[in-house]
Design a protein around this ligand. Structure first.
Ligand SMILES: [Zn+2]
Length: 473
């Protein structure tokens, strides 16, 4: 009895010491992955990954199938910005935290609260002779990619940010995404300047297959962001971009120091701002397809670390909103075009025929049968829109200017889109609390070499700090 107590006491006092020491050793000298892939799912809070699980579920089996996100969950991350911006972050401050390890004010692009530039993990990787690449579904000069590539006091300085991709020195070997309007302008043609620096330039997904993989490349596939995944000519358009980037970055003949790549599923957030559950899920599906691709890449290149997280959650998405214990994505699973695309078709029909398309026509576009009640909601749109538009026209120019962005200016398409989204929300029992961001923690996923380094409760700045330490800083 006495002996065993002594043993227990001894073990208790030694074991924590040993394990803490082991953890400390691990943090000081991590075995360094050659390649690091940072994936940001913009706006993808925990409700999104739950929604995607049920959306992805095969209703013919008893189990709810595990998703590619579930499989690699490591923990949660807090997202709050610098104190001056409170607790609710925007994508710029969050991307700055993830890229530099520092909290800053909302709208800042990798500058601190005093507007001083902060070193980013991509910049350090480049300095270390790694290849670097950025693959996104919004513009390549949007807040998230910009926070890895440059420094600016405000995310909205799109032209300045684009200019800096040349003027601060070219920092990446591969740029894929949207943003032609910022790079080909009347005052400056940055694409030409990239080409003068040895870059290939493409504008079509098909050209991804015919690139010279020994030369750097810029691909701008849209004027601004890419179309919604569900409406694009390839619903999984992120994977071919990542695959083409990988051919360049991972080619040992190009460089044997490995690479750092940023991938962003940018439009999950935009769907969240629209409170559009259909686009939220199909944008996630595009990203999930890419994560499957990355799993295969890691299996063949085990010297690679993949980290996946969100910068914040958007829309206050919730699964079940009325008092029923139901969340039912059945109608969403079979949709083949976004509410926005269907609204455009309705308006086009209206313009030519001066009436609403028939219930069977709209049902065909939605791929589910509208009830007469639902159809009636659509017949109200024209009158509601006229009232809203008349009220809008009464505003002063300054008030209009203040309202004038794609979310607020009343458009005929926007009105139909809202009604279609509301029909789908009611069918699925989906709820939203805001058209902005929320302050809740976001999931962190990782796989590959040193992925356990990202276990537990983290802050978004920890993710950059850990990447810096894996890069030996
Ligand atoms: Zn956002």
């Amino acid at each position: 009895m006495f002996n065993s107590n002594v043993l227990t006491l001894t073990l208790l006092s030694i074991i924590p010491f040993i394990s803490q020491q082991a953890v400390a050793d691990n943090i000081e000298k991590p075995s360094v992955p050659k390649n690091i892939i940072m994936v940001i799912a913009d706006g993808m809070g925990p409700a999104y990954t739950s929604a995607y699980r049920y959306f992805n579920d095969d209703p013919n089996t008893i189990i709810v199938e595990e998703t590619v996100f579930d499989k690699h969950l490591k923990g949660l991350s807090s997202t709050y910005p610098a104190a001056i911006s409170g607790y609710v972050t925007d994508s710029a401050a969050a991307a700055t935290a993830l890229a530099t390890g520092f909290k800053t004010y909302n709208n800042a692009i990798s500058v601190d609260v005093n507007k001083k530039p902060l070193l980013t993990v991509l910049e350090l990787a480049k300095q270390q002779g790694k290849k670097t690449g950025v693959v996104v579904t919004s513009r390549i000069n949007h807040a998230t990619p910009a926070a890895y590539l440059t420094h600016n006091e405000h995310r909205d300085n799109y032209n300045e940010i684009a200019d800096s991709y040349i003027d601060q020195g070219i920092k990446a070997d591969v740029y894929f995404g949207g943003g032609r309007k910022s790079f080909i302008r009347s005052d400056r043609n940055l694409v030409k300047e990239f080409q003068q620096n040895g870059f290939q330039y493409i504008e079509q997904y098909e050209q991804l297959n015919s690139l010279d993989i020994t030369n750097p490349v810029m691909g701008l596939f849209a004027d601004y962001s890419l179309p919604w995944a569900i409406d694009d000519n390839n619903k999984h358009r992120l994977t071919p971009m990542v695959n083409a980037a990988m051919k360049h970055l991972a080619l040992p003949e190009n460089n044997d120091n490995g690479f750092f790549m940023l991938i962003e599923g940018s439009l999950i957030d935009w769907a969240g701002h629209d409170n559009d559950i259909v686009n939220s899920l199909y944008e996630m599906d595009d990203l999930a397809n890419t994560i499957h691709y990355l799993e295969n890449f890691v299996a063949e290149n085990p010297d690679t670390l993949v980290i996946v997280t969100a910068d914040h959650s958007t829309g206050g998405l919730t699964l079940a909103v009325k008092e029923e214990y139901i969340w039912d994505p059945t109608v969403i699973r079979t949709m083949t075009q976004s509410p926005n695309a269907i609204a455009i078709k309705i308006v086009d029909h209206h313009k030519s025929a001066n009436t609403l398309p028939t219930v069977s026509k709209i049902s065909q576009w939605l791929n589910f049968s509208l009830s007469s009640d639902e159809y009636n909601q659509l017949t109200q749109v024209q009158a509601d829109y006229k009232v809203a538009r008349a009220a809008y026209e009464l505003l002063s120019a300054a008030e209009k200017q203040h309202l004038a962005d794609e979310y607020k200016t009343p458009t005929f398409v926007g009105f139909y889109q809202k009604v279609l989204m509301s029909i789908i929300d009611t069918r699925s029992n989906t709820g939203w609390t805001t058209s902005g961001h929320t302050a809740i923690d976001v999931p962190v996923f990782a796989f590959g070499k040193q992925s356990e380094f990202f276990n537990g409760q983290l802050d978004n700045t920890d993710i950059a700090k850990k990447i810096f330490s894996l890069l030996g800083k």
